[in-house]
Design a protein around this ligand. Structure first.
Ligand code: FES
Length: 102
């Protein structure tokens, strides 16, 4: 696994939300309810941006049709839609980022 640093830990305070486009990656890093999560920026339903989707109790709601996805598993809670890709958040030194397959 390879660590991809995204931001300084000190910047990732409650309510933090930032979209990153790096090579073929397009993801959102958030801190909500004390949890830091990273997930694909585009909804697996019809590719609406999830950058500004509402997050409550570890669930993100797509702004277009309201589909709800777990930020832990990526599962669509009603089960009709494909899974939202979730990234493994990792902390290293004073940085926060994600782990990528080699
Ligand atoms: S585009 Fe996200 S729920 Fe339809």
């Amino acid at each position: 696994m390879r660590f991809l640093a995204l931001d300084k830990l000190i910047n990732v305070q409650e309510g933090y939300r930032q979209r990153f486009k790096i090579d073929s990656l397009d993801l959102v890093l958030v801190r909500e309810g004390g949890e830091v999560s990273a997930f694909a920026a585009l909804c697996p339903h019809q590719e609406q941006s999830l950058e500004h989707g509402q997050i409550e109790s570890g669930i993100i709601y797509c702004p277009r049709h309201g589909f709800a996805f777990s930020l832990i598993s990526g599962e669509h809670l009603s089960g009709q839609c494909a899974r939202l890709p979730i990234y493994t958040v990792h902390f290293e030194g004073n940085e926060v980022g994600i782990l990528l397959e080699d």
